[in-house]
Design a protein around this ligand. Structure first.
Ligand SMILES: Nc1ncnc2c1ncn2[C@@H]1O[C@H](COP(=O)(O)OP(=O)(O)O)[C@@H](O)[C@H]1O
Ligand SMILES: Cc1ncc(COP(=O)(O)OP(=O)(O)O)c(N)n1
Length: 527
């Protein structure tokens, strides 16, 4: 999913990104949203205005469209002077305007091929088309005949980002009612017009909000996402498409740009309540991350990137006989009890380390989260283990910690001893995230007569899901403001804990017997 070779900013590393879009005077959508998004994502933003709208967070009351020839004049003026690394196209109010943009794009292409693209000559910018037809409020933003004209624009762009109604209109089909239907329409559009398509889940019903890059053969990358519970979704399409254009210009890869843009937009949606703008669908908080000190989206600070970076370990965990047998309910009781005994030993020290994260936390809310997690670990999970292992309250299983249990706990205690809250939080996260991930798949095999039904239910419960979501949020917040060396240490700690999780699931009873070496974990357990 890389772009054309060489596309991207020159020496400064700051790409020049042009938005060709309408004006939203309330600032949440159109060129205003685009310029904020481009700046928030690390680009230099420019805007050629296609139309003036009179609108606010409740709706659109008027549209004024200047002559298409004047748009062409704006585009030619900017392009004659400024190197364009990416272009985002938004609201094009009528067929004449769409044709003017199409003619300008063809001119750019012709210039690039005449100059010998790739040989040090002018390169065409990456083009993102957000085919705006109707605003969130339901008001039309493009006139009749626009759909056919937009279809002719598609082969001239690199990526199209229609929402579900726009996708359906471009395909000439009814609006998709589920994600599978949306992906199929996106594939059809991609194959029909030779363009990469971003299928967007914003208009789906339900708590999931996925997006997917789709090519002529089907899905290239799907990025899942939970729906943020907010009315402030005005301009999400404009913001995402300009963020994508900017981040593609910075990374040269659509998949990497999407992962970063989606995480950034999520933060902007979550922080939208901090703004007090209008009484309808308010804007997202484009600068939430920037103003919090996190800076522009960085791949190395994105937890989605970390998660993708442990795909090999996750695959290995999924492939373990232990996990398969646990799901099927065929795991031998002795094996399960061995695992539980080691887990009980692990959790006692893990609870202490969670308490240390609370002690190191930078603010009261984070302090409370880690303290509650320590409490949850010590009470609920120990209760489950004690019940299954038939232990008296507070008693530990009469086994020695395995080399794996000891090694994992040593790693966590070393993170705590480093005194760095971000590093410790990162080290603690896989025990939430990997369990939630595995728990969701294990839960699919759960049934009332499953021998380990209560255990499977705990790790797929809404409470554990929520705790994991919050843990991810706290670690992401810490990563956002971490300096490069600390960020690298966080990522190493996260991967190392994930590797220990794999080993923990893979340990065998005989390995534990061999490895009865008391280490620091044992000492901590006894105190
Ligand atoms: N409530 C929400 N929570 C999380 N992401 C959302 C939410 N609403 C929209 N999005 C995301 O915003 C982007 C724009 O989506 P969509 O609403 O489908 O397009 P448009 O704004 O063009 O109508 C997509 O990445 C989508 O997943
Ligand atoms: C001037 C202008 N352009 C585009 C839109 C539609 O914006 P979009 O990002 O698709 O967001 P929604 O408002 O539909 O969520 C607009 N309203 N005004």
């Amino acid at each position: 999913m890389s772009g054309r070779p060489g596309t991207g900013p020159e020496a400064s590393g700051i790409p020049n990104v042009l938005s060709i879009a309408g004006s939203d005077p309330s600032g949440g959508a159109g060129i205003q949203a685009d310029l904020k998004s481009i700046a928030a994502c690390g680009g230099y933003g420019m805007a050629a205005i296609t139309a003036l709208t009179a609108q606010n967070t409740r709706g659109v009351t008027g549209v004024h469209t200047p002559p298409a020839a004047f748009l062409t004049e704006q585009l030619e003026s900017v392009a004659a002077d400024v190197r364009l690394d990416a272009v985002k196209i938004g609201m094009l109010a009528n067929v004449e305007v769409i044709r003017a943009v199409g003619a300008w794009l063809e001119g750019l292409r012709a210039q690039a091929s005449a100059a010998g693209c790739g040989d040090g000559g002018a390169r065409p910018p990456a083009i993102v088309l957000d085919p705006v037809l109707v605003a969130t409020s339901g008001d039309r933003l493009s006139g009749s005949g626009s759909v056919a004209a937009l279809r002719r624009l598609l082969p001239l762009v690199d990526l199209a980002t229609p929402n579900l109604p726009e996708l359906a209109a471009l395909c000439g089909r009814p609006v998709a009612t589920d994600w599978a239907g949306a992906l199929e329409q996106a594939r059809e559009l991609s194959a029909g017009y030779g363009v990469l398509v971003l299928a967007k889940g914003g208009h789906l019903a339900g708590k999931e909000c996925p997006d997917a890059l789709v090519g002529p053969e089907g899905v290239l990358l799907e990025v899942p996402g939970e729906r943020v519970d907010t009315p402030n979704t005005h301009g999400t399409g404009c913001s995402l498409s300009s963020a994508l254009a900017t981040l593609f210009a910075r990374t040269g890869d659509w998949a990497r740009a999407l992962v970063l843009a989606k995480a950034w937009l999520r933060g902007a949606l979550e922080a939208s309540g901090q703004l007090e703008v209008g009484g309808g669908h308010g804007p997202v908080h484009h600068f939430a991350a920037l103003w919090s000190g996190a800076g522009v989206p960085r791949e190395e600070a994105s937890l989605d990137t970390w998660w993708n970076g442990i795909a090999d370990l996750r695959e290995s965990i999924d492939g373990l006989g232990f996990i398969r047998q646990l799901r099927e309910g065929t795991l031998a009781r002795a094996d399960f009890e061995h695992y539980l005994a080691q887990d009980a030993l692990y959790l006692q020290t893990y609870g202490r380390v969670l308490s240390q994260a609370s002690a190191l936390a930078p603010d009261l809310a984070a302090q409370r989260f880690w303290a509650q997690s320590a409490h949850g670990c010590m009470v609920s999970e120990r209760t489950l283990h004690q019940g299954r292992l038939e232990l008296a309250d507070g008693a530990l299983p009469a086994v020695v910690p395995s080399a794996t249990t000891t090694g994992y706990l040593n790693h966590l205690q070393a993170a705590a001893a480093s005194g760095s809250y971000p590093v410790l939080a990162a080290a603690l996260l896989p025990c939430f995230w990997l369990y939630r991930d595995i728990g969701a798949r294990l839960a699919a095999g759960n049934r009332p007569d499953h021998p380990y039904a209560d255990w499977l239910a705990m790790y797929s419960s809404p409470e554990f899901d929520e705790a994991t979501r919050q843990a991810i949020g706290w670690v992401q917040a810490a990563a956002n403001t971490a300096r490069p060396a600390e960020l690298a240490a966080m990522r190493t700690a996260f991967r190392e804990s994930s590797r220990w999780e794999l080993e923990f699931f893979d340990q065998r009873p005989e390995a534990a017997t061999r490895a009865a070496v008391p280490g620091p974990a044992t000492a901590a357990r006894g105190s």
